[in-house]
Design a protein around this ligand. Structure first.
Ligand code: SAM
Length: 343
């Protein structure tokens, strides 16, 4: 069976393999193939591979010692891994149970298999889960609790209490690569810190705000785990109150006119927070604005909303219009990288 593979010249192979492995994109159950000076590295998700790598489809042998869920069930299984938790999305209870049993029997190092039991809900964007299988490991860790690795950073998290999606790994890496040491960055909807931690690792001062107090506790833990606690400030509360130093349980800093870089990853509602973003922006600020829109005009509504909030106080330049992924039929998850320059 042909599978997606990243094709690289042999001499670049190890560097590319380790970059893909850090993003958890290498298919462990397939062999890496060398042919005519090229290396073919099988990947788990072709859409998550950075644009600068070439993806081709080709047959590569299954690793003989590894059993995959696909070897066990009689349908094409779909699942994703978050740390040692395997997430499936199966409506049919029989298929869900069969897949969970196959995952636990396979070579995947899974501690638990959980099924999506609702959409993400409410302001905190957390969903319900059905636990399909869990291996006893002598701890009292919840089946939804894990540590996920992404581009060299570790994130402790509990999927039952916080939002986290590994599908955004490549996008977060794209943004993190733009960050320079000494920048003042602020993630307005920070979750457990997958923007904040890599920003701080690149030497930025990184502030993360979130309404979810559990996410903020994990963000603090993740800053410590990754050795960047000294550059990270985690603030619990509604980001609209962060512009009022007395209105939030932060460190009393006045963050108005402060940020050189802002991240707004709350698609569907980000527009409501643009006035706050403008208050937080310094003289020159880059804004990463995530949106979900119809494919006919995916960038227009966001750009118009940003201009309405920021002009004429700021000149607005859109540096990048980028589709992160397809969200639903005819709907795209997009990002605008926007430069705000005070006039
Ligand atoms: N940036 C993180 C990531 O990429 O994993 C989390 C993004 S998640 C889509 C949005 C986050 O915004 C959630 O953690 C939610 O709790 C938080 N949130 C929602 N409304 C908020 C508000 N008014 N102020 C601060 N955080 C908010």
């Amino acid at each position: 069976m042909a599978v997606p593979c990243v094709r690289v010249p042999r001499e670049d192979g190890e560097a590319v393999r380790s970059t893909l492995a850090e993003a958890d994109l290498v298919t462990e159950t397939r062999e890496i193939v060398v042919e005519d000076g090229w290396l073919y590295i099988p990947v788990t998700d072709a859409t998550a591979v950075p644009d600068d790598y070439e993806v081709v489809h080709r047959d590569v042998p299954t690793r003989e010692t590894q059993t995959t869920p696909a070897d066990i069930v009689d349908f094409t299984p779909s699942y994703e891994r978050i740390g040692d938790v395997v997430v499936v999305d199966e409506d049919d209870p029989e298929r869900a149970q069969a897949l969970a049993a196959a995952v636990m029997e396979s070579a995947i190092p899974a501690r638990a298999v959980i099924n999506r039991a609702s959409k993400v809900k409410g302001d905190l964007r957390v969903r319900d889960w059905e636990v399909l299988a869990v291996a006893e490991d002598g701890t009292d860790r919840a089946p939804t609790e894990t540590v996920h690795r992404e581009y060299g950073c570790e994130y402790a998290l509990d999927l039952a209490a916080v939002y986290f999606s590994p599908r955004l790994a490549t996008e977060r890496h794209r943004v993190a690569e733009q960050v320079r040491a000494g920048e003042r960055t602020l993630d307005m909807f920070a979750g457990v810190g997958p923007f904040v931690v890599p920003f701080a690792k690149r030497g930025a001062t990184a502030v993360g705000v979130d309404l979810n107090d559990t996410a903020i506790e994990y963000l603090r833990e993740n800053a410590r785990r990754n050795g960047v606690a000294d550059r990270v400030t985690a603030i619990h509360g509604d980001v609209r109150t962060v512009t009022d130093p007395d209105g939030i349980d932060g460190d009393g800093t006045d963050y108005r006119d402060w940020a050189d870089r802002l991240v707004m990853n709350l698609p569907h509602s980000a527009e409501e927070f643009l006035d706050t973003a403008v208050e937080l922006a310094s003289e020159e600020c880059v804004l990463h604005y995530y949106d979900i829109q119809h494919e006919d005009d995916p960038y227009g509504p966001g750009e118009r909303a940003i201009r309405a909030a920021a002009e004429p106080e700021y000149a607005v330049t859109v540096d990048t219009r980028h589709t992160v992924r397809s969200y639903a039929p005819h709907e795209l998850n997009v990002v605008l990288d926007v430069r705000l320059s005070r006039t």
